[in-house]
Design a protein around this ligand. Structure first.
Ligand code: MG
Length: 386
């Protein structure tokens, strides 16, 4: 089945979640360095059975959306409605011109949808109009009435998750017919429309982020979901040349010499770029930005480093730490160290506490000792999806 579109609903206001960074709805809050919404979008985009991912957003969230999804080749965001049901219907209407065979409707607040679960839903749609992941209830259930706690029988009770999958024409028709049903999920509308629903096993890790506790648990799951830890190493040298300043780790330093190179000759950022590329086996800086290409002449090296960071993130990775050692007799690095850490953190979009800049001399020995040039080494650690 190739003609399947994933429709992620991200238009909610998340009023039950704890207030996060001021004015940021929960689906755009970071989870292990990536916005919650992006986790789900990348999971569907990665699945071979999903041809396209479209996202329904709140009209106020366009700026959050652009930042959260940068670099992902998704179609234009779809404007949602006042309720979840309205938002899904508007999403389906936006897909109607393309008329995919199937649609997988997913809540943005469930970032840990697995490849296996997406596959189970797609497989179930081969023989059914609708499919949803469900799980039994393990806890004892009680209903409170005026201080009395009466047990509710668990028999037959099922927790329902997303993604919920449908033959596209069938669910669009159900949404058009039952516009005011007040449904909290789409299987409810499938039921009203008399569609046959198939149940597939849900997953405990596919939790819906609602409360502050959920976010704490999600951070732990996110760390486990990225257990493929990679370390990359980089090394670079540039020779001194006439000049009155040089660039090191993204900071301009006045000096009685400059550094020669095709770009701005920032050996620190070049070494770190190679270290990041090394974590994902993506070659070296020269392969991505050939010195033979005139467009990189005099280029600021933050462009190279940001590119490497983007490649890591496109693999679903999180940058754990970056450590640069500058090797030179002069200029003195100490006075610029904190500015360098801050600049690297900014380029990589990680916390400053995850960036280290160190310096050493070679005791007057070798080319660095003779002040012929500056060398830099860097190590970077990333976590990739396991
Ligand atoms: Mg270089």
């Amino acid at each position: 089945m190739s003609d399947t579109v994933a429709l992620i609903v991200a238009a909610g206001r998340g009023s039950r979640a704890a207030p996060g960074p001021a004015g940021v709805p929960k689906q755009y809050r970071p989870l292990a360095g990536r916005p919650v919404l992006r986790w789900g979008a990348e999971a569907f985009a990665r699945h071979p059975a999903v041809a396209k991912v479209r996202i329904v957003i709140h009209g106020d969230d366009r700026a959050h959306y652009e930042v959260a999804m940068s670099g992902l080749a998704l179609g234009e965001a779809i404007a949602g409605g006042a309720t979840r049901q309205d938002s899904v219907r508007l999403g389906l209407e936006a897909l109607a011109a393309d008329r995919p065979a199937c649609v997988l409707i997913h809540d943005a607040a469930r970032p840990f949808v697995s490849q296996a679960l997406i596959g189970r839903i797609c497989d179930a749609l081969d023989g059914a109009d609708a499919a949803a992941p469900m799980l039994p209830v393990a806890d004892t259930l009680r209903r409170e009435t005026s201080g009395q706690y009466d047990i509710v029988a668990r028999d037959g009770l099922l927790r329902t998750q997303t993604p919920q999958g449908f033959r596209f024409d069938a669910i669009l028709d159900a949404h058009r017919r039952f516009k005011n049903a007040g449904a909290t999920d789409d299987i409810a509308l499938a039921g009203l429309a008399g569609l046959g629903v198939v149940r597939v096993p849900g997953e405990e890790a596919n939790l819906k982020l609602t409360t502050p506790d959920d976010f704490a648990l999600a951070e732990r799951i996110a760390a486990g979901a990225q257990s493929d830890v990679r370390t990359g190493f980089g090394f670079d040298v540039h020779r001194f040349a006439p000049g009155d300043h040089l660039w090191l780790c993204g900071v301009k330093i006045p000096h009685d010499a400059g550094l020669a190179g095709h770009s701005d000759a920032d050996a620190g950022l070049h070494a770190l770029t190679d270290a990041l590329l090394g974590t994902i086996g993506a070659g070296d800086i020269g392969a991505h930005f050939p010195p033979s290409d005139a467009q990189w002449k005099g280029a600021p090296s933050h462009v190279f480093l940001a590119h490497a960071a983007r490649l890591v993130r496109e693999r679903g990775g999180t940058i754990g730490h970056a450590d640069v050692t500058l090797i030179c007799e002069r200029p003195r690095i100490g006075p610029h160290r904190e500015a360098m850490r801050a600049r690297i953190a900014e380029i990589l979009d990680i916390e400053r506490g995850r960036v280290s800049v160190k310096a050493t001399t070679t005791e007057g020995l070798g080319f660095t000792g003779r002040a012929e040039g500056i060398a830099a080494q860097a190590v970077a650690t990333v976590r990739l999806p396991s």
